[in-house]
Design a protein around this ligand. Structure first.
Ligand code: ZN
Length: 127
């Protein structure tokens, strides 16, 4: 018996992020959640934790919201229970590959978008 507690394995939802299918120089990390995927994966599917960054809709967003400038990769299969995830403060993100540190920040225009999303969900119309 594994799991227990009646956990459902629902293939319909996003259970975990895509795992990078290559570890070359095209790897990039999301500046907001530090998820690591290839440029192509971000461009095609966006960031699973940050869909509002619209990376899958505009590749300029991929360039702006991700960086190739990061250090170390950690693979998280169970962020809820991982001490490393808590330490990195990514425990509420979905399982996937994450970087330990990025040296850049999310551009201000995207930070506003993110902050807005958290503080007021209805302000899109008034902006
Ligand atoms: Zn992200």
């Amino acid at each position: 018996m594994r799991g227990g507690g009646g956990g459902m394995m629902d293939d319909g939802g996003v259970e975990h992020a895509q795992i990078p299918n290559s570890f070359g120089h095209e790897l990039r990390a999301c500046l907001r959640c530090r998820l690591v995927k290839t440029y192509d994966q971000f461009r095609e599917n966006g960031c699973e934790n940050c869909p509002f960054l619209d990376m899958d809709k505009d590749r300029d967003n991929v360039v702006s919201c991700t960086t190739a400038n990061f250090t170390g990769i950690i693979s998280l299969m169970d962020p809820n229970r991982s001490w490393a995830a808590r330490w990195l403060r990514i425990g509420r993100f979905i399982p996937g590959c994450y970087t330990l540190a990025v040296s850049e920040e999310l551009p201000e225009e995207y930070q506003v978008k993110t902050a807005c999303l958290h503080s007021c969900k209805n302000c899109d119309a008034t902006l």
